[in-house]
Design a protein around this ligand. Sequence first.
Ligand code: PSV
Ligand code: MN
Length: 431
Amino acid sequence: MSLSLPLSTDQIAAHNAARRGALDDEYDGLGRTLGRRGVDIGGVKARLGRFSVATPSWGSGVGGTRFAKFPIPGEPTNIHEKLEDCAVVQQLCRMTPRVSPHFPWDKVDDYRALREEAAALGLGFDAVNSNTFQDQRGQAHSYRNGSLASTEAGARAQAVAHNIDCIEAGKALGSHALTVWIGDGSNFPGQQDFNRAFDRYLDSAAQIYAALPADWTMLLEHKLYEPAFYSTVISDWGSSLLAAQALGPKARCLVDLGHHAPNVNIEQIVARLDRAGKLGGFHFNDSKYGDDDLDSGSVNPHQLFLVFNELVEAEARGRGEFDPAYMIDQSHNVTDPIESLLSSADAIATAFAKALLVDRAALHAAQEANDVMMAFQALRRAYATDVSPLVAMVRLEAGGAVDPLAAYRASGWRMRKAQERKPASGAAGIV
Ligand code: PSV
Ligand code: MN
């Protein structure tokens, strides 16, 4: 398969050449700083180089709120254009080699051909996402009263069949996971029997689970509210864990950073789910108030660091196979989505790099000795370290750009696409 990358490699090479000297200097300085702490920067660089996070196909388009969407010229309007834009992100940052598709938004007739198309752009596919939170034109049963947990047998069967179709598409795409998030729930006290709704969900989910290939994971994504505003069926990590345990070993919990009650300690949830052997994956984003789907690390980068600190702990604890599916799930309403994805990938890698720098022996010793301040300082020292030369060096050595945003702007990609692509619609709606 010959690669046909979207951006000029010569242009990226020239961009890097102009920045190489300064980067070497800053990287060497960081190496000396870490060396004095007994940390080998080369080892951290190698670990960071193996890290990757999937981009969401839907995140390459401009998002909107329930009030409005403001399209930009040149934004993608179909899966082929979305793949091109995800390939731009991957070419520049080299840590987003897979795309997570959402069906039926990304439906095509030939998924094998789509897989080849992606491969030619340097991309593979990550978890497939089902959508039973919207009605599609011509479908027999409405999801107005729910999908997998609906009281209507026809709606439940239709939602199960859609998820099985997603698995089939995913098989052809080379995916190994299905992410299931449902909007089912209630808007009024008394509207729904909490436990009967959960039982219906379990019954439907078990039918999907039975259709999973042996090497697949079913990722259960919980969310506290929206579109149901009084209760949701899979509202929190407790319900998610109960469901994953009831379904079996291939079912795991997916943590979307925006899907919790305000002020919940998400990093503790990460630790608990890992302890239960059920930490399946992440949707990275950030929020100020609720499920805001803002760019990762834009509001609370410290929380992102604390989440990664638990992930590094979890990996070190080595409870079996540790391979959570990392994905970005953001709504880019006021930025060029490619720029947001580049900036977010950088923020995620930065948080991971900092978590790798935590002196675990010092942290654990301070915890055992009840030395509160030194336990905190073990985290603080890692968090305060400027790892940007390390993250940039990993990118550069993998073939990406030292400064991805500058390289992207210099490429003129969006302006070129504005000439070629048909305009996107401004229809509002949360995605
Ligand atoms: C729901 O809010 C969610 O986080 C789920 O992952 C959806 O599938 C996704 O957003 C895309 O709209
Ligand atoms: Mn999500």
